[in-house]
Design a protein around this ligand. Structure first.
Ligand code: A2P
Length: 223
């Protein structure tokens, strides 16, 4: 008799340990609280609210995802291209349930998402699928994305505004990195955590002075 194929998950990724999740949520919420009080941010408030006068409470604006994680491969239960091949990689099978430390080097805020940029180590890069940075990227942005270092899309989604899917975080991060590379930085503000930069159309990038590290476990996730 034919053996049933093992089912593929929704996605693979590094999941923050519960206590780490709390620590990161607190630290990043403090940043949001400060951001919406800054004059520089208020000047561009209409890019979030669509109105010049209104205030925005960023803590309310972004909804928290259920479990903080950094996606490596979105498999969509096998419907995504390369899902089966990824699940069968030795490095993937060997890494499952193993602990690993992620390093967050920047935070991004846009009208759509709140996210953390993850700097992958060489070892972690082995779990980063080939071509993952480019997936779903608008054709107009492709050349700039191809010019960025591999793994530039790695991130943890910290929150999404109403009606936005978490996949947007990686896309907004790539757009910000491409704008930076072109030297399109606007206003800069020194904050306790690091340097905050404005990149047009409600996009903000906080380069952390000190990376925030978080302990994780590599695993698959199915709803
Ligand atoms: P992210 O990793 O950017 O946070 P969903 O709940 O929408 O099915 O998504 C489950 C997870 O997979 C989320 O973490 C999400 O975004 C990620 N994800 C969803 N769609 C894609 C995609 N097309 N490419 C890469 N990652 C995706």
């Amino acid at each position: 008799t034919k053996q049933k194929e093992p089912e593929l998950p929704l996605f693979f990724g590094w999941f923050l340990l519960p206590e780490e999740e709390e620590r990161i949520k607190c630290a990043t919420m403090d940043f949001l609280k400060t951001l919406d009080t800054l004059e520089a941010f208020k000047e561009h408030i209409s890019e979030f609210t669509g109105e010049t006068e209104k205030e925005v409470d960023l803590e309310q604006y972004f909804q928290n995802p259920l479990r903080l994680h950094c996606t490596t491969k979105f498999c969509d239960y096998g419907k995504a291209e390369g899902a089966k091949e990824y699940a069968e990689l030795e490095v993937v099978k060997d890494s499952l349930t193993k602990s690993d430390e992620l390093s967050v080097t920047a935070l991004i805020v846009t009208p759509r998402v709140f996210g953390a940029r993850v700097a992958l180590t060489e070892t972690q890069m082995k779990l980063w699928p080939e071509g993952a940075d480019k997936e779903g990227v608008a054709p107009a942005l492709l050349p700039s994305v191809e010019a960025l270092p591999v793994g530039s899309r790695a991130h943890v989604t910290l929150g999404c505004s109403a009606g936005v899917d978490p996949v947007q975080t990686g896309l907004d991060l790539l757009e910000i990195l491409a704008l930076q590379k072109e030297g399109k930085e606007g206003t800069q503000v020194e904050m306790d955590l690091g340097t905050l930069t404005y990149l047009t159309e409600g996009r903000w990038f906080l380069a952390l002075r000190e990376p925030i590290t978080a302990d994780t476990t590599f695993s698959s996730f199915s709803d």
